[in-house]
Design a protein around this ligand. Structure first.
Ligand SMILES: [Zn+2]
Length: 338
């Protein structure tokens, strides 16, 4: 075998980092620098169960989504003022930029801040300032996605939607439902929420089929009308659904390390990512909560490439899928106002 060709085609972390990438599935607080989180906890006198960097990622890699969500929500009280939102946003964008990311759609759970008394102005102004820094200084595109945790119910979903619509001028472009998938997914009231989001010009995605049954993915694409699916890995249990996702070209936002860390799959070799690729599903690779799982987007590509023997051409094709599946900005968003 020609060794020169082999080396030329090697997929390394440095090679992946150097390629401009789009990150479609990342939670802002899941990307917070651990040192910043601990500092904010001290400053705002918030009791946080982790007080040392060494225990940061192990605290969040629970092997269980429901328990992870309980721990994730402890991050919300760390941000109180406009400056906190701006600082966390700027630092996250700097870290993503260093990893070669040039377009990002961070998820933000507005209601989890608003319902504990943080003003909408503080959040909007802080995040808009961080996004302007990303645009102007780092040359990155930022489109915010507002999500709401399904365990908090429809009332919070409606509040999240109204806040998302009010956030369009500062850069909200998408709407999402997140968290542990319990029963009640078929409640028609969810359809009304997503329909109103679509009418407002927001792009739609939904965490579905992360640990919940394939039926949740069907509901999201057929009843809620979402354009992408967050995770969607349980489609591997339903060949008709996998075929439908492939024929309708619906992108899946796959987050390999997250799925392993939260017990959706036992290891990367058991992940349906490669099967999906061979079935011609549109797969994109994302990091979900890179700080909490101790990963980066480039590392996610590397892990999958190493496990499934992907060459550079295959990796480049999946990176391209990420760019093609990215949401455009809302018509009413004026980046020129930065
Ligand atoms: Zn997620």
């Amino acid at each position: 075998m020609d060794q020169t060709t082999d080396l030329d085609n090697a997929v390394s972390l440095e090679w992946i980092r150097a390629i401009p990438k789009a990150e479609l599935h990342i939670h802002l607080l899941g990307a917070i620098r651990p040192r910043t989180a601990l500092e904010l906890a001290r400053r705002h006198r918030v009791e946080f169960p982790v007080d040392s960097l060494e225990f940061w990622a192990p605290f969040f890699c629970t092997g269980n989504l429901a328990q992870f969500v309980e721990r994730f929500i402890l991050l919300f009280p760390l941000l109180r003022e406009k400056e906190d939102f701006e600082r966390v946003g700027r630092e996250v964008f700097e870290d993503l930029h260093a990893d070669g990311i040039r377009s990002v759609e961070p998820r933000i759970t507005l209601t989890s801040h608003l319902l504990r008394g943080v003003s909408e102005e503080a959040i909007g102004e802080g995040l808009a300032a961080a996004a302007c820094y990303a645009h102007e200084t780092l040359g990155m595109k930022v489109r915010w996605i507002v999500d709401f945790p399904r365990i908090l119910g429809l009332q919070v979903g409606r509040l999240a939607l109204e806040a998302a619509i009010r956030g369009i001028p500062w850069g909200v472009a998408g709407f999402d439902i997140a968290g542990y998938e319990g029963p009640g997914e078929d409640d028609p009231a969810y359809c009304a929420i997503f329909a109103r989001a679509r009418e407002a010009g927001l792009h739609l995605t939904a965490h579905a089929g992360e640990t919940g049954p394939p039926e949740h993915i069907r509901i999201a694409i057929n009843e809620w009308g979402v354009e992408r699916i967050g995770h969607g890995i349980q489609a591997s249990r339903d060949s008709d659904l996998a075929e439908e996702l492939a024929s309708r070209k619906i992108p899946l936002e796959i987050c390999p390390t997250s799925n392993i860390a939260l017990g959706a799959v036992p290891d990367i070799y058991s992940h349906p990512l490669e099967t999906f690729r061979q079935q011609s599903l549109r797969i994109t690779i994302n990091s979900d909560d890179p700080s909490l799982f101790g990963t980066t987007l480039s590392r996610e590509y590397l892990i999958a490439a190493a496990a499934f023997g992907w060459d550079r051409e295959t990796v480049l094709k999946i990176i391209e899928e990420g760019w093609l599946a990215a949401f455009p900005p809302h018509d009413l968003y004026k980046q020129s106002e930065c």
